[in-house]
Design a binder for this molecule. Structure first.
Ligand code: SF4
Ligand code: SF4
Length: 416
């Protein structure tokens, strides 16, 4: 077995010849030069100097099997800062080039750290973010993080983290104070509206042009939900979404058949008000009215929906895999875990077959290529089968698409 010494054992300002001679004298077969910011081997070291280092080692009978690194302790490959990550990738590239010139076939890469006791300014990075970033290069993927928050613990530190790391942030607000506070209470029974609205306003101000959504839920108790959407818009928020509650019948907040005509009218009021506000120069976006009539998703996405159980899985904190968050804790829908992967492949196939072609109700539905078969979880909770139909949801969905098309038609008919 051959033995080598990393030149990490010396300082990076030590003379290279001196280090090689001492390594040889000590009986080592090889040496590992280390790349650092300003040392004898740095990202700017000229090619001729690196080749001279190689010849010096060969003349002394020393091998150079690998190139180490110090700079990646100062420039973390999983840094929260994109600029530092880019610099760190550049360092690895330089290491590879240096290794090639030195005849080494191995480089040491520090794939990322979450804290470090010996770097001069070590960043503290969350484990999950560091792990995902370290996997990006290996799998040629880019991870996009999204955070959903009820706002209670939103402070400047969380805001700064979100603005660095989160591709999108969903802020939960149900609308008017009385509506919001009815269901969103703390342990003392107090509603959170007064606490979170100023935080959300500050957050959105600091968010700049990055994506966010204010998302609420309407129930039987606020079927006039457009007033909640307009309230959010009047608070200064422009990216809005409002979902109908999905709840077992009989709950006080569950939507009823009698509510349907009211809700249809509400969606029409919303569409008209959006057009009006747009003309007045104070537009806002409503997630369900975002419709691309010329492009939009590919045919596969239009037929197979959200991808739950096939292209998309929920991972629990204990590592178990489910088709989506709505199935978590239902043992019948457990698909495997992060250690063994997807072991319940039958479930994957079942979700694969859950599409607009397989579902008889969808086959004849005019909205099928906008809807892609609806939400499997809602279908399951309403009918007991993911291939079933949540008819109430279908009615609301079709009304929303009708209104979205009406908005497009109205916009197209405006004088240019
Ligand atoms: S609206 Fe209902 S019936 Fe129509 S495609 Fe969607 S899930 Fe199927
Ligand atoms: S909740 Fe419904 S739409 Fe969302 S991921 Fe699950 S199945 Fe898909």
């Amino acid at each position: 077995m051959k033995q080598g010494i990393s030149l990490f054992s010396f300082t990076d300002s030590t003379d290279v010849r001196w280090m090689f001679e001492h390594a040889k004298k000590a009986g080592y077969d090889g040496v590992e030069p280390v790349m650092s910011e300003n040392g004898y081997l740095n990202p700017s070291t000229p090619e001729k100097d690196i080749l001279a280092m190689r010849r010096m080692a060969e003349d002394m009978g020393l091998e150079i099997p690998s190139v180490g690194v110090w700079s990646l302790w100062e420039n973390n490959l999983v840094s929260d800062s994109p600029a530092i990550r880019e610099k760190a990738f550049g360092i690895v590239e330089k290491q590879i080039e240096a290794a090639h010139l030195l005849g080494a076939d191995t480089i040491l890469v520090v794939p990322g750290y979450v804290g470090c006791s010996f770097a001069s300014k070590p960043e503290k990075i969350r484990y999950d973010v560091a792990y995902a970033r370290s996997q990006e290069a290996a799998h040629h993927k880019h991870f996009r993080f999204t955070l959903t928050t009820n706002g209670v613990l939103l402070d400047d530190e969380v805001t700064e983290f979100c603005n660095r790391e989160m591709h999108n942030v969903v802020l939960s607000l149900d609308g008017r104070k009385a509506v919001h506070d009815r269901l969103r209470k703390n342990y003392a029974g107090q509603g959170s509206y007064d606490l979170i609205v100023p935080k959300f306003q500050r957050f959105v101000q600091q968010r700049g042009d990055r994506d966010y959504y204010i998302r609420g839920t309407f129930t039987h108790e606020n079927t006039d939900f457009t007033n909640d959407i307009f309230h959010m818009a009047d608070l200064g928020f422009t990216e809005l979404s409002m979902e109908p509650v999905v709840s077992p019948p009989g709950e006080p907040w569950a939507l009823t058949e009698e509510d349907l005509p009211v809700l249809f009218e509400q969606y029409e009021i919303l569409a008209r008000e959006m057009l009006k506000r747009e003309e007045e120069g104070r537009p806002f976006t409503f997630y369900h009215y975002m419709l691309d009539l010329e492009g939009g998703p590919c045919l596969h996405k239009r037929m197979s929906g959200c991808g739950s159980g096939t292209e998309y899985l929920a991972v629990t904190p204990w590592g178990e895999l489910f088709p989506c968050h709505q199935f978590v804790n239902d043992p019948a829908y457990s698909m495997g875990d992060v250690w063994k992967g997807v072991t319940n492949t039958t479930m994957g196939e079942k979700f694969h077959r859950c599409n607009v072609v397989a579902n008889p109700a969808c086959r004849d539905c005019w909205a099928r290529l906008y809807c892609a078969g609806g939400c499997a979880a809602n279908a399951y909770h309403a009918s007991g089968d993911i291939n079933g139909t949540y008819e109430y949801g279908c009615e609301l969905f079709k009304k929303r698409i009708e209104c979205a098309i009406m908005i497009k038609a109205a916009q197209a008919g405006r004088p240019r």
